[in-house]
Design a protein around this ligand. Structure first.
Ligand code: S3P
Length: 171
C-alpha cells in the first residue's frame, strides 16, 4: 500500500471530485468521505433543505465544522472530496493550506455545465442561469483553488481513471 497522507480534492461542481475520490480510495485501500454527504448525515437533511432553512451562510457554517472535524478526527489517512465552495471561507483555506496533499481537479466551465446539467441537488445552480453562475463562481474561486492546492490535475479531456492515475503519479 502506498504510504501517502490524506488526499483532499477541491474544485468546482462537476469537476468529478466524488468519482475520482472513490477511485483513489479503492486504489489506495482507504476510506473515502464526501464532505457534502457528511454534512447531510450530521444534519439529517439534504443540502437543498439546509440552504432553504438556514441559507448559504448556515450551510457554510456546517461545512467549516465538518472540514475541521474530518481533519481533526483523521487518525488514518483518508480521501476527502470537498464541496465546490469550500475555499470561500478564509478559515477553510487556512486549514487546507496546512494539509500536505490538496488536489485541485480543474474543469472548464463548459465541462462543469455539462456534468451538472442533470443535477438537482445543487441549490446554487437553481438560482438564475447556470452558465452565468458557474462563470461567476469560476472567476472568484479558480485563484482560491490554486492558492490552496499542491497539485493541479486537468479533468476536461480525461477519463476518470486517467485523472485518478494522474493524482496517483503526484503522490
Ligand atoms: C457548492 C457545491 C456543492 C455543495 C453545495 C455548494 C458550491 O458541492 O457543497 O451545493 O458552493 O459550489 P459539489 O462541488 O460537490 O457539487
Amino acid at each position: 500500500m502506498i504510504n501517502a497522507p490524506t488526499i483532499i480534492l477541491v474544485g468546482p461542481m462537476g469537476a468529478g471530485k466524488t468519482t475520482i475520490g472513490r477511485l483513489l480510495s479503492q486504489q489506495l485501500d482507504r476510506e473515502f468521505f464526501d464532505s457534502d454527504r457528511v454534512i447531510e448525515e450530521k444534519a439529517g437533511a439534504d443540502i437543498p433543505w439546509i440552504f432553504e432553512k438556514e441559507g448559504e451562510e448556515g450551510f457554510r457554517r456546517r461545512e467549516t465544522q465538518t472540514l475541521q472535524s474530518m481533519l481533526d478526527e483523521d487518525q488514518q489517512p483518508i480521501v476527502l472530496a470537498t464541496g465546490g465552495g469550500i475555499v470561500m471561507k478564509e478559515e477553510n483555506r487556512h486549514m487546507l493550506k496546512h494539509q500536505p496533499l490538496v488536489v485541485y481537479l480543474f474543469a472548464s466551465v463548459a465541462q462543469q455545465l455539462q456534468r451538472t446539467s442533470k443535477s438537482n441537488n445543487r441549490p446554487l445552480l437553481k438560482q438564475g442561469n447556470p452558465k452565468e453562475t458557474l462563470n461567476r463562481l469560476f472567476s472568484i474561486r479558480d485563484p482560491l483553488y490554486r492558492d490552496v492546492a499542491s497539485v493541479i490535475v486537468e479533468t476536461d479531456s480525461r477519463h476518470p481513471k486517467t485523472v485518478a492515475n494522474k493524482v496517483m503519479d503526484a503522490i
